[in-house]
Design a protein around this ligand. Sequence first.
Ligand code: IPD
Ligand code: CA
Ligand code: CA
Length: 258
Amino acid sequence: MKDKLLQIIKEAGEMLKEGYFSQKEITFKAKKDLVTTYDIAIENFLKETFAKEFTQFNIIAEESDNHNIEFKDSIIIDPIDGTTNFVNQVPHTCISVGVYKNKKPYMGVVYNPILEELYFAQVGCGAFLNDEPLHVSQDNDLMTSLISTGFPYTSGTCEDDLNDVMVKMKNILPNCQDIRRLGSAALDLCYVARGTYEGYYEMNLKAWDVSAGMIVLSEAGGKCTNIDGNDYTLFEDKYIVATNGLMHDKLLETLNLK
Ligand code: IPD
Ligand code: CA
Ligand code: CA
């Protein structure tokens, strides 16, 4: 499955690249949530091709109606993660595809065709960036850690979510090296996997934002939980907290300061 999967995603990457450098038609799904014709075209291409090639899997995809699709043997697609970056030509944007068997992680692919970076992981076989093995960083001190986060689209409409973002920022910022917000959850997880960031947290993500990056991270030696420190559950948890493992408890404790 691996070779075919990568071949198809690389083809979709050509579509993303073409769109990145072109004039785009944009519509709004919500106050801050953009979608372009390229999100739809890439998703349709991936869905059609995967359905033909990988008949044992159903497909859950961001721009589709997923109501009647049971998460089990599933391929979970985010056709463009980092759409705001894509629209504004910030080169931190990617295609994210997570493959699950009986709800258990199997393979994850995150592909940024602008920077030519392809992250791949298969459970039990390690994580790779363009075929080079990936490992999380060895820093166990929050004070010297570079932490990434993201801001939920609901920050424009839900005061509770906005307040929560600010409280957590106030807890973390004085206690870490610095904070980044690069705008793609899938790549944020891969950046923890490659040791660039020591940790990452965000609220209100959807399964397609993290389904692949989580597999890359865990195969690189990292850890993913919810805000209480329990395993992060796709489709259920509000918060994701992802680290190199070594400073996980410290990050959780600091995020949860009152
Ligand atoms: C978004 C990105 C962003 C995160 C948002 C996501 P999209 O995905 O991953 O970094 O902060 O919450 O929804 O909309 O670009 O696919
Ligand atoms: Ca996304
Ligand atoms: Ca998307």
